[in-house]
Write a protein that binds this ligand. Sequence first.
Ligand code: GUN
Length: 297
Amino acid sequence: MSADIIDGKAFAAKLRERVGAVAADFQTAAGRKAGLAVVLVGDDPASQVYVRSKGKATLAANMDSFEHRLPDDTSQAALVALVEKLNADEAVDGILVQLPLPGHIDAQAVIAAIDPDKDVDGFHVINAGRLATGSTGFVPCTPLGCMMLLTDRLGDLSGLEAVVIGRSNIVGKPMAQLLLDANATVTIAHSRTKDLPAVVRRADIVVAAVGRAEMVRDDWLKDGATVIDVGINRLAPAAGEEKGRLVGDVDFAGASARAGAITPVPGGVGPMTIAVLLRNTLVAAHAHAGLDAPTDL
Ligand code: GUN
């Protein structure tokens, strides 16, 4: 058997296109563009790449992008002061503070300073609490993107066995909440889980978000399982390679012989994150302007 490839890149492109169209309608209705502010502290190369692509995607979706780049030695107080200024800025609908932050800054304190209704990352405890209690709020972009791919592939998830590997606040925990909300039977597995292969073998849905290259092996999977690979790991360069290959948390070649469907790395979950960020920002903009967002956004 050969698994279907879940094309996150194509799905994300469609979502970005839809967001761009709704953003144009928003501009007509609100008399201004929706706006996303992105704050980057320091010069972490990976974060710089992410922030640049977020800015480009925001502009391409008919929204305003406000980038704030602060030096590595910025104080926590100065960063919180900027967040408070953005909270009060009528042109800003969404605020994203790029993580990780330098070690001298308490990321939780900075996230706590963001107005929960502008917290398009869904990282604020208010939004985590809203998700946990089933009320409306912002959901972290990566797990929400995974959920869109899963429902597109499987439709109703009721009663399916889902195993989430990883328990981070950014992916694992919100992913489990979303699956639970969709009436799946959810297990969260992690580094202390006993006999992880046996746990994963029960799953109709596997979401791997551990950050360990190719950890999930083909013989861990139930035949026909739907596999969502959130990992992005760079292998050491092989002979003749300048850079190592990017791989996920799942052994893709092996798993594709057993799974029913699987996301590739790259081109699976990765492209969904920015598309969902733009979607969340547009939802925030509608609420901020007192307008109803389309229900299918
Ligand atoms: N760093 C890596 N991914 C993310 C993300 O989704 N949001 C923020 N704020 N920082 C990140």
